[in-house]
Write a protein that binds this ligand. Structure first.
Ligand code: 2M8
Length: 417
């Protein structure tokens, strides 16, 4: 068992090293030529098992993209010459943007949690002094630009959620519609169309981008064409705020402000609990789709007996759990939801970055048996099928991009932590 884990860890390290451009690690070999924000956080955790200095360099590279107002963008394009749509030309250069080309929106803020893990493994107060103030500015940006005291953090583009075409966003996307702008999708050069968002989805993604670009990417939450309170991103931030408080503490500061922000984010999450469904929701509605986002508040610590009900949903065969015909879990959309689509991106397949987050949440909440069960299944999935972007829950077949960095990073962490 130990030997096979070490073999898998070595194969994972090879993927990260092969995707390393020297400046940043690409999410995958061909399809994603920039530095993506939450990919990079997970990659940092993976690199911390290979080379601490290289892991620190990954964080520094991402921070070169920080905007004047504190936002850390969802993509930093270290080169303008990239085969990706939408690339630097489409995003444009807004007021307050850094010198390096970036997108104009953000992504789930996992970075403080990654820096904490890196520091736990390889302490360096000098590095913390360098990066923690930047993390603080980003988190304050979320508070001032994307939330009020009681509500979930709002995302202004589905790409900000990291779960781009999740059915959670269908209704809000339908209200926007496509503008008719012509563009060529480059993702379909790499991946079969049935595994990616649809053309109508892309038309709306581009419309939202264009509208945001006209306002230098800084509309108010109320004026944005697309605005959804995101329970998953809020949970990631609540956890990251607690980790940021810990980092401040390491530096001899109190971290009280980050801790207070974490508390109010947790309160906002608790207010979205849906009693009948036993899940968290984006808007508390009866007809919201059941997606894995609804279980993920577990990573931020949830109140009362709710974690027990989330764990039940996670392993329930009719919802996110394994069945004899679909043994790989959790599915990104519940199997009993009519929108479940086993092979289409964030509408059904298994994503092991999500598994890694859930394993962490299960361990923290004391569900050791369930954590080990999910960890074993996750490592089996990858060792039998390779390091794919996402997987078919029925067959385990790898989908999307092969030799995918975050899959390698989380596997490396599970094997070596
Ligand atoms: C996917 O998103 C990008 C757009 O940002 C794409 O489809 O082109 C998502 O899975 C996102 O969560 C991820 O960070 C990105 C790179 O892996 O790919």
């Amino acid at each position: 068992m130990r030997d096979s884990r070490e073999g898998l860890a070595q194969a994972a390290a090879d993927v990260l090293i092969a995707n390393d451009t020297g400046v940043f690690v690409k999410p995958g070999p061909g399809q994603y030529p920039g530095q993506w924000n939450w990919d990079s956080a997970l990659i940092t955790i993976g690199l911390s098992h290979i080379d601490a200095n290289r892991a620190r360099a990954e964080v520094r590279s991402l921070l070169t993209g920080q905007w004047e107002d504190g936002m850390i963008p969802h993509i930093v394009f270290h080169s303008r010459d990239v085969e990706y749509f939408p690339g630097p030309e489409t995003w444009g250069r807004a007021k307050g943007a850094p010198r390096v080309a970036t997108s104009g929106i953000t992504q789930p803020p996992l970075l403080a949690s990654a820096v904490r893990r890196l520091h736990e493994r390889h302490p360096s107060k000098g590095f913390l002094r360098e990066v923690v103030p930047a993390l603080e500015r980003w988190h304050v940006w979320f508070q001032s630009r994307r939330s009020d005291e009681e509500s979930l953090v709002a995302i202004l583009h589905p790409w900000e959620s990291g779960m781009d075409n999740s059915p959670r966003f269908d209704r809000a996307l339908a209200r926007v519609g496509g503008s008719g702008t012509e563009f060529t999708r480059r993702d379909l050069v790499h991946v079969a169309a049935e595994q990616r968002p649809t053309d109508p989805d892309y038309a709306v993604y581009v419309t939202i981008l264009e509208t945001l670009r006209e306002g230098d990417y800084r509309p108010s939450i109320e004026d944005a064409p697309f605005s959804v309170g995101d329970v998953f991103l809020t949970a990631v931030l609540a956890r990251a705020e607690a980790d940021l408080a810990w980092l401040w503490h390491e530096m001899g500061e109190s971290g009280a402000e980050a801790e207070a922000r974490s508390e109010s984010l947790r309160a906002a999450i608790e207010s979205t609990w849906h009693q009948a469904k036993s899940l968290y929701t984006d808007a508390g509605g009866d007809d919201e789709p059941a997606t894995i986002a609804a279980v993920l508040p577990m990573i931020a610590g949830v109140g009362g007996d709710r974690s027990e009900r989330l764990v039940a949903a996670l392993i329930d065969p009719s919802r996110f759990g394994p069945t004899s015909s679909a043994p790989w879990y959790p599915t990104s959309v519940a199997k009993d939801d009519p929108r479940f689509d086993a092979r289409r991106y964030w509408r059904g397949p298994v994503w092991v970055n999500i598994n890694w987050l859930l394993i962490t949440g299960l361990e923290d909440a004391g569900y050791e048996k369930e954590a080990i069960g999910l960890e074993t299944r996750t490592l089996d999935l990858v060792s039998e099928n390779g390091f794919w972007e996402y997987y078919d829950p029925h067959t385990g077949q790898g989908l999307g991009c092969g030799r995918f960095s975050w899959t390698a990073a989380v596997v490396l962490d599970l094997c070596r932590r």
